[in-house]
Design a protein around this ligand. Structure first.
Ligand code: ATP
Length: 346
């Protein structure tokens, strides 16, 4: 549905500031019907990327294809047509305060010149879909944040888009409301087959709804893959930093404080064991302590679900020389568990 090929974006120098390379060599694809998340630190280039996809900015190099059309090459009238097949939702909802819920949702249809009767036929089921049928004549000021975002979602769906772009759509909402909005987005994705491309700084959002994730840093994609793979085995430093708040990603602070990379006499090795997929519930500890005779200290851990699959991490320490450590690691590898030596604690 969306494909970026070798995309670069340079904002030219002005009298007051020098040129800014916001994006370079971006290759990215969001398959039809998928939910793809773009994550990155502030200033990484996420908003610029979204603005290229909806045609608000033109790339300095490369191609931006939406449903097969190179949107940078389109004449203005065709671009307007494509834009109508792209819905967008925003962090601050962007509703018109002087319009009712119904009229906010109807706005893009009015702009498109649709007859009033047809508009009502389109908006009424959308109100049902987002669970706001009883709020149709209310004004935005009378709604909660979650309800406002539901209006935003219904408005974005009014033109029956193929693609929904979400720019930090849940960032202003509390965790419970965020979950209910995410459930709505997931339902829309599966029931309407809508492709969703979202940018967010909330890893909880990515973890619960995205199929795929791309990590952007300094205007470049530094890591990408299925959400499960990227979250369970992050490779790039930026990804590790972004994921550090996800339970089980980091050694607890008390243990981190004593961690050393130097192996001193009598120090215990600290291992991160990652359980994922069908082996997440295998009895690993009993095999380690039983068959291998290792006395383990449990330092921390978490069991969670990422993109619908079970995933767990366990931080352990134990006394072992090189040979025994290798035996432990190969036993765990035989059980389809991955291990990472984090260092040593005295
Ligand atoms: N219109 C513009 N003119 C000049 N520079 C710009 C413009 N828009 C963005 N930039 C620069 O491009 C870079 C990427 O900005 P962008 O807004 O895409 O980042 P972001 O990842 O969305 O950040 P945030 O999470 O803080 O919103 C930044 O260095 C920014 O200053």
């Amino acid at each position: 549905m969306v494909r970026l090929e070798g995309v670069g974006k340079v904002f030219p120098a002005t009298r007051k500031s020098s040129a800014v390379t916001a994006l370079s060599s971006i290759d990215l694809s969001a398959p039809k019907g998928s939910i793809t998340a773009i994550i990155g630190r502030s200033g990484a280039g996420k908003s610029t990327l979204i603005r290229l996809v909806n045609g608000l900015e033109r790339p300095s190099s490369g191609r931006v294809l939406v449903d097969g059309e190179d949107i940078a090459q389109l004449p203005e009238d065709r671009l307007r047509h494509i834009r109508r097949s792209i819905g967008m939702i925003f962090q601050h909802f962007n509703l018109l305060s002087s319009r009712t819920v119904f009229d906010n949702i109807a706005l893009p249809l009015e702009i498109g010149g649709m007859a009033r009767k047809e508009i009502a036929e389109r908006v009424t089921p959308l109100l049902e879909l987002v669970g706001l049928a009883d709020k149709r004549d209310r004004y935005p000021a009378e709604l909660s944040g979650g309800q406002k975002q539901r209006v935003g979602i219904a408005r974005a769906l009014a033109t029956r888009p193929k693609l929904l772009l979400s720019d930090e759509a849940t960032s202003a909402l509390d965790p419970e409301t965020t979950q209910s909005v995410l459930e709505l987005l997931k339902r829309i994705n599966s029931e309407l087959g809508l492709t969703i491309l979202l940018i967010t700084h909330e890893m909880e959002v990515v973890k619960s709804i995205a199929d795929n994730v791309a990590v952007i840093d300094g205007g470049k994609i530094v890591e990408r893959g299925s959400t499960f793979d990227v979250f369970t085995h992050p490779q790039h430093h930026t990804t590790k930093v972004l994921l550090s708040g996800v339970p089980g990603m980091q050694l607890p602070a008390y243990a981190q404080a004593h961690l050393s990379q130097e192996r001193r006499e009598g120090a215990e090795v600290v291992l991160r064991i990652v359980f994922s997929g069908p082996h997440a519930t295998d009895p690993v500890l009993s095999r380690l302590t039983g068959e291998l005779g290792v006395s383990l200290n449990i330092l921390g851990g978490a069991v969670d679900e990422i993109a619908g699959k079970p995933f767990g991490t366990l931080f352990v320490s134990f006394l072992a020389d090189e040979a025994r450590l290798e035996r432990v690691r190969s036993t765990l590898a035989g059980l389809n568990l991955t291990t990472e030596v984090l260092g040593y604690v005295a």
